[in-house]
Ligand binder design. Structure first.
Ligand code: HEM
Length: 500
């Protein structure tokens, strides 16, 4: 029997011979790869516990359903922690994820940002944000964009805005609250927070254009936590359409402003808004910003600055109504501020940054609302190297999920965690246990602005109105849509009180 290669080639056709050689080569390569993987894995730590569920889908549907109510997401998290421990793996919209439910895990993520992990959004969400938005950037690019925007959001900038935000609040209560007996707090407050951010970013006053932008922004937000099905009738499809509509409106505003700039005729009131800066301040290479860069970032500011603060205020109003002693204490704190102004001959309606700092208990009430119902319960980072954490191996390319749900309700850090107790904020909680504004390099850019506008709002609210819930027995569910709210969007009876 001819067994030489030559002999073999003589009994097999040439094509079969090539196929055989290729198959042999692949088999050898596969064997080598398997052997080297075996030796690599032999010394490697185990993966975090948990399971990936079905291929691609994993726990996507289960997780999205849980995300629809505050109890749902908290219970989902607790169930996973009880089953697997505080660090566990799961799969969400196709991505392998590791949930870090403890403060140590959140610290690990935030402190390694830009080193072993980078910000990451599932592709359907980053499509919604756009490729240039500060929230989708990492490393040096993120630093540069954030640096450009930071001048509008640091403490010093707040001193420039306080007067405008205060006037906005006074106008808001006169136009939208006075003379009303009943109102849907969440919907009405949207006008306040919406006009604050539209003013800051675009110098836009309350009116039809602002209403249109806010309405489209709300449809856009609806697409952030839903199944990414881009077909007519689905939320994601509507959200992408809304993004297009917002961009068209922004195109119009940008064109108008460019014309003013070209004619050197920008009114003083518009010269310091974010749009003007994005249109005139060049990037690090000396080039003016592209339109897509400007629009992606304006959209993220509209999102960041509008619904986040309004749902927080509406939920604060809900909790204050449920806790009359909290209303009394806030009222006393605010009266003290006004009394101080009156006795020193200052205008009692003009608030200063010192007044904001003095609103400690009021801020405690807002912080308590954000503890119970943070706007964002967590988000994602992607590992850029293989990692070891708590005795587990986390491969490069996996996602890490920082999350506040577990620690916000943990009695170890917040005694009696289901109780709404603003006085607990007299003491700071341990680091990385309280994360409504995120952490690390992507910590909320608008934190100072949000704090100031929310405190100013509550100041005028308690001085001028008392309120009660139309359904005082409402005890849940707190729906997440994706932001937290009551079923009736905080429907309240309102009564005017004499400001003193
Ligand atoms: C109650 C109010 C607010 C809450 C609870 C909130 C929450 C957050 C959170 C949790 C993040 C971090 C996201 C992450 O790490 O993945 C964030 C980022 C951000 N927020 Fe806020 N936010 C609020 C108000 C605002 C306001 C008023 C603005 C602007 C006008 C704003 C603008 C932003 C921006 C631009 C980012 C991205 C920062 C970056 O990636 O560097 N936010 N916010």
């Amino acid at each position: 029997m001819a067994t030489s290669w030559n002999g073999l080639s003589s009994v097999l056709p040439e094509e079969s011979y090539m196929t055989l050689i290729t198959a042999l080569a692949f088999t050898v390569l596969w064997l080598l790869w398997s052997i080297s993987s075996y030796f690599r894995c032999r010394n490697r730590l185990p993966l975090p516990p948990g399971n990936f569920g079905f291929p691609v889908i994993g726990q996507t549907v289960e997780h999205l359903l849980a995300l629809r109510t505050a109890d749902g997401i908290r219970q989902w998290m607790q169930k996973q922690v009880d089953k697997h421990g505080p660090v566990f793996r799961y799969r969400f919209v196709g991505y392998p994820m590791v949930m870090m439910s403890q403060p140590e895990g959140n610290k690990f993520i935030f402190q390694n940002e830009g080193l072993s992990n980078h910000i990451f959004w599932p592709s359907h969400i980053s499509t919604m944000f756009g490729p240039h938005a500060v929230i989708t950037q990492s490393g040096e690019r993120h630093k540069l964009v954030r640096c450009h925007l930071n001048r509008f959001f640091d403490r010093a900038a707040m001193g420039r805005y306080i007067h405008g935000v205060n006037c906005n609040a006074i106008r808001h209560f006169t136009n939208h609250w006075q003379g009303k007996e009943q109102l849907v707090a969440l919907d009405i407050i949207n006008f306040f927070t919406g006009s604050c951010v539209c003013n800051l970013a675009l110098s836009l006053e309350e009116g039809p254009l602002m209403y249109r932008i806010l309405e489209e922004t709300q449809t856009w937000i609806g697409g952030l936590y839903c199944l990414p099905i881009n077909l007519p009738g689905f939320r994601y499809y509507k959200a992408l359409k809304a993004r297009g509509s917002i961009f068209k409106l922004l195109d119009g505003l940008m064109e108008q402003r460019r014309q003013m700039i070209a004619e050197d005729h920008v009114p003083e009131a518009l010269q310091n808004d974010i749009l003007n800066s994005l249109l005139t301040v060049p990037d690090e290479e000396g080039n003016l910003r592209q339109d897509s860069f400007i629009k992606d970032n304006l959209l993220i500011l509209l999102f960041g600055g509008y619904d986040t603060s309004s749902v927080t205020l509406a939920m604060t109003i809900f909790y204050i109504a449920k806790n009359p002693h909290v209303y009394e204490q806030i009222l006393q704190e605010q009266k003290l501020i006004v009394d101080g102004k009156c006795s020193s001959g200052e205008n009692e309606n003009a608030l200063t940054m010192e007044d904001i700092s003095a609103m400690k208990y009021t801020w405690g009430a807002i912080q308590e609302t954000l503890r119970l119902h943070p706007v964002l319960t967590g988000s994602y980072r992607k590992t850029v190297t293989d990692l070891e954490y708590e005795g587990y191996h986390i491969p490069k390319g996996w996602l890490l999920n920082w999350n506040s749900q577990h620690s916000h309700y943990n009695p170890k850090y917040f005694k009696d965690p289901f109780k709404f107790d603003p006085s607990r904020w007299e003491k700071r909680p341990p680091p990385f246990t309280y994360l409504p504004f995120g952490g690390g390099v992507h910590l909320c850019l608008g934190y100072e602005f949000a704090r100031m506008e929310m405190l100013i709002f509550i100041h005028h609210l308690v001085r001028n109105f008392s309120w009660s819930l139309v359904d005082p027995s409402y005890d849940g569910p707190i729906i997440r849509d994706p932001l937290p709210r009551t079923k009736d969007r905080v429907l309240i009876n309102v009564k005017r009180v004499i400001a003193s």
